[in-house]
Design a protein around this ligand. Structure first.
Ligand code: KIV
Ligand code: ZN
Length: 507
């Protein structure tokens, strides 16, 4: 059996279904560029028939991507399949991914369809997709809760109509590892024509088994795994790409399979996705979490000092975790900056380089050592930039545990510089109220998060906020994510808020 496993990334489709995540086109394109550099085999860029935004994302990713396959999801419905084909028309390697539910539960309760009707719908969907695109994938939704005999029939029909990949899903993360591996083995034996197709798996993480179920399926013959960066996705998310890839690599002896991912780009891609989705990576997250290569106990530290393999099963450098050193300082020039950015996986246009270098200089003025981690935070953050309708000039605070916090904020708006003051429950609340007075927008802070990018007293603090802005025109409130980074956490907080207001205004 071919030992190559294809990595199918669905961060831009299933990952974007994460509650609260809403990527714009620029951000989706930047993620797609990083995925291609990571050498993922397939990028699922969206569900073209679902919305105009998704259509444009699939179209734009298709135009730019040359080596990875670009894929659009579609229901087994002519309107969806035709939209997918249209959006993919500029792709070098297009794929249409059609899906239909297969469990009795979904067929009866959701689609009100008999099994025979489902067989007919799947066949006509794949047939139409095949007439528009050579590469067609068929997924049975809720496969793990479906009758295996019916599933085999459904997949057999999809292959007969031209599907070259069939995808076994654990849509609600329900299967145990034993059940899922048995299902894969049974299907590999019973699907008519299965030797003409690649068997793929797509697992969700509701019970924490998405990665385990995906890997066990590889062990039993699956040769494509669908996953997302950092495991983002609906509810508890999808199988995490970085865990699948490092699992395959670290335990190649057991899985007997390998993939083509450039593992040295895992860290930077993970950080970019975290920044743009606003979903923090927990410190104990395998592979890319801040603690993944830290050793706390004396016994472990001693073991690692003697030989790293005593307590490490992977090497941080293979994942591209930046060293904690100080590669750049305030005297570094733009050439050295560009070179370091490129080594970290960021290719910058002239304009972007100018803006990023200016921010780097501002940071280097405040922080003696600018580490690679600082640079990854700074460079990931630039994709959250929006036209600066409002620009923070300065702020002053009057706060203490026995005082009413008061903030005075000065913001540039066009040619005007507007100053307002406000009191609040805390210094950040006061500053946000002052910004609201300046913008005169009906803004509500939904979530606020802060993390230190690096260790130490002069650590760079990164703040992520989500806001809603009621435009008062009867339309639903606009949602926006904002980011701000500074060695001063109050400034980072105001920058994040102003960034979110600018993004809401730009959308
Ligand atoms: O979870 C699922 O079943 C899916 C399919 C559409 C592939 O995302
Ligand atoms: Zn899914």
């Amino acid at each position: 059996m071919d030992d190559r496993v294809l990595i199918f990334d669905t961060t831009l489709r299933d990952g974007e279904q994460t509650p609260g995540v809403n990527l714009n086109l620029t951000e989706k394109l930047e993620i797609a560029r990083h995925l291609e550099r990571l050498r993922v085999d397939v990028i699922e860029a969206g569900f073209a028939g679902a919305s105009r935004g998704d259509f444009e994302a699939v179209e734009a990713v298709s135009r730019e991507t040359r080596s990875s396959v670009v894929c659009s999801l579609a229901r087994c419905a002519p309107v969806d399949i035709e939209r997918a084909a249209q959006a993919l028309s500029g792709a070098a390697r297009p794929r249409i991914h059609v899906f239909l539910a297969s469990s009795a539960l979904h067929l009866e309760k959701k689609l009100r369809m008999t099994p025979d009707q489902a067989l007919e719908r799947a066949a006509s969907g794949v047939r139409l997709a095949k007439s528009l695109c050579d590469d067609v994938q068929f997924s049975a939704e809720d496969a793990s809760r479906s009758d295996p005999a019916f599933l085999a029939q459904l997949f057999g029909e999809a292959i007969a109509q031209g599907a070259s990949t069939i995808n076994i899903t654990d849509t609600v993360g329900y299967a145990t590892a034993n059940e899922f591996s048995r299902l894969v083995q049974e299907l590999l034996k019973n699907i008519r024509g299965v030797d003409r197709a690649r068997v793929s798996v797509h697992c969700h993480n509701d019970l924490g088994l998405a990665v385990a179920n995906s890997l066990v399926a590889v062990r039993h013959g699956a040769r494509q795994v669908e996953c997302t960066m950092n495991g983002v996705g609906e509810r508890a998310g999808n199988a995490a790409l970085e865990e699948i890839v490092m699992g395959l690599r670290t335990r190649a002896d057991y899985y007997g399979a390998s993939c083509n991912i450039d593992t040295k780009r895992l860290y930077v891609t993970s950080r970019l996705v975290s920044t743009l989705t606003g979903l923090e990576i927990p410190p104990n997250k395998p592979v890319v979490g801040a603690n993944a290569f830290l050793h706390q106990s004396g016994i472990h530290q001693h073991g690692v000092a003697c030989d790293r393999s005593t307590y490490e099963v992977m090497r941080s450098e293979d994942i591209g975790v930046p060293a904690g050193n100080a590669p750049l300082g305030k005297l570094s020039g733009s050439h050295a900056f560009e070179e370091t950015a490129s080594r970290l996986g960021f290719t910058l246009s002239r304009n972007d380089l100018g803006a990023a270098f200016k921010r780097f200089k501002e940071l280097a003025d405040r922080k003696k050592d600018v580490t690679e981690r600082d640079l990854v935070a700074l460079l990931s953050g630039q994709w959250v930039d929006a036209p600066e309708l409002y620009h923070l000039e300065s702020y002053q605070l009057f706060a203490g545990n026995t005082l009413t916090p008061t903030a005075t904020v000065k913001i540039k708006y066009g040619d005007d510089v507007i100053t307002e003051a406000a009191v609040g429950d805390g210094p950040i609340d006061a500053a946000y109220r002052a910004v609201d007075r300046i913008t005169k927008r009906d803004t509500k802070l939904e979530t606020y998060g802060i993390r230190a990018v690096t260790e130490g007293q002069d650590a760079l603090g990164e703040v992520t906020v989500r806001i809603t802005v009621d435009t008062g025109d009867g339309k639903p409130p606009r949602r926006a994510l904002g980011k701000g980074a500074s060695t001063d956490i109050i400034e980072a907080s105001i920058l994040a808020y102003v960034n979110a207001v600018n993004r809401a205004a730009a959308d």
